[in-house]
Design a protein around this ligand. Structure first.
Ligand code: SF4
Length: 336
């Protein structure tokens, strides 16, 4: 990697000062001086190359606030990427998200700073598993969470996100389907199944971050802070959801805090999401607990800079698989 421009010069300090103001509670000045040159150089290079950086809510604050052009949850990132006139997309998130961007933007170059940034949900199921499920349960639609590979999406009838899963299942119910197969997150499927008359056939995948939370985490926090508002992501087990005050997708939790501004809140989700919400909502006190996603944390500023400089690693998907996967994604957009 070319590191000749990575000094903390006056120019870098001035250009990055507004970002540091926002993050000064999270990043001490000494560390900032080693981070800021990367932010400056990445932002310079993305203008030069007409690139856009998509940063998921689980990215660390230096990435989320420092270099992210579009920030949000996975589907929102991909949809906004499709509307952009950038030539290059740098996906700061995990591999399936970069694939979704490529599916929706087949003509753009999609870069993934670390190809090993995977996901336990995406890895829990293969295209062959979906084909076997369809053989076992013929004529039952397969609803697949966006946290899956392009090959799995291509074998599915329709995709869903954590925010629209219930709506999609009910829409299929209204079309006369009394049963659906839902992959790969068993907890999201159980949480949805509890709210619908449609029978849900469940695949036993899970998110290694959200499955670690327990109802006791919430009970303990309430003992210390009786005014705490607890928000849980639907990838958490149902007993955690039952104990929480609000359940919602990444985007829904973000909006809840923005709109309601509770004095204290605790998010049952990934740690960087809490850090990013704390930086954006200084009047809300964010209380731990949180869990780190090791896959998301593979994405760092040096890797983003290297990917932009070398325009590599690039996401390539077989066009036939991409086209079939897009049918499932488009069907979701239509039904939701
Ligand atoms: S938080 Fe869970 S669902 Fe998201 S990338 Fe990490 S393992 Fe996958």
């Amino acid at each position: 990697m070319n590191t000749q421009n990575l000094a903390y010069s006056d120019e870098v300090a001035k250009a990055t000062a507004p970002i540091f103001d926002k993050l000064s509670k999270q990043i001490e000045k000494e560390r900032w001086e080693s981070i800021a040159p990367y932010i400056f150089e990445i932002n310079r290079l993305k203008k030069e190359k007409n690139a856009v950086i998509l940063a998921h809510n689980y990215m660390t604050p230096d990435i989320f606030f420092g270099v992210g052009d579009v920030v949000g949850d996975s589907l929102m990132l991909a949809q906004r990427a499709a509307q952009s006139d950038a030539d290059i997309i740098v996906q700061c998130g995990v591999h399936f998200m970069a694939e979704t961007s490529k599916i929706l933007c087949p003509d753009k170059k999609v870069l993934m700073p670390d190809l090993n940034a995977g996901c336990s949900l995406a890895e829990s199921i293969t295209a062959s598993d979906v084909r076997k499920l369809k053989e076992k349960h013929p004529n039952i639609p397969v609803v697949t969470y966006v946290n899956t590979s392009a090959e799995v999406k291509a074998e599915s009838d329709i995709c869903c996100t954590s925010s629209n899963a219930l709506k999609i299942i009910n829409a299929l119910g209204a079309q006369g389907h009394d049963k659906v197969i839902m992959t790969p997150d068993m907890y999201l499927a159980q949480n949805v199944a509890a709210q619908t008359d449609v029978k849900v056939i469940i695949w036993e995948g899970s998110c290694i971050v959200h499955e670690r939370f327990t109802p006791q985490d919430i009970i303990d926090a309430r003992k210390t802070y009786d005014d705490i508002v607890v928000l849980a992501h639907p990838e958490c087990p149902p007993d955690v959801m039952a104990e929480a005050d609000y359940s919602g997708s990444t985007a829904q939790m973000d909006n809840y805090i923005k709109e309601k501004q509770p004095a204290r809140a605790m998010l049952m989700t990934e740690c960087s999401m809490s850090d990013n919400i704390a930086a954006a909502n200084p009047d809300v006190e964010m209380i731990g607990t949180c869990q780190i996603c090791p896959f998301m944390k593979r994405i760092t500023l040096p890797k983003i800079l290297k990917a932009l400089q070398n325009e590599d690693p690039e996401i390539i998907i077989d066009p036939e698989i991409s086209a079939r996967a897009k049918v499932a994604v488009d069907k979701m957009l239509e039904l939701s």
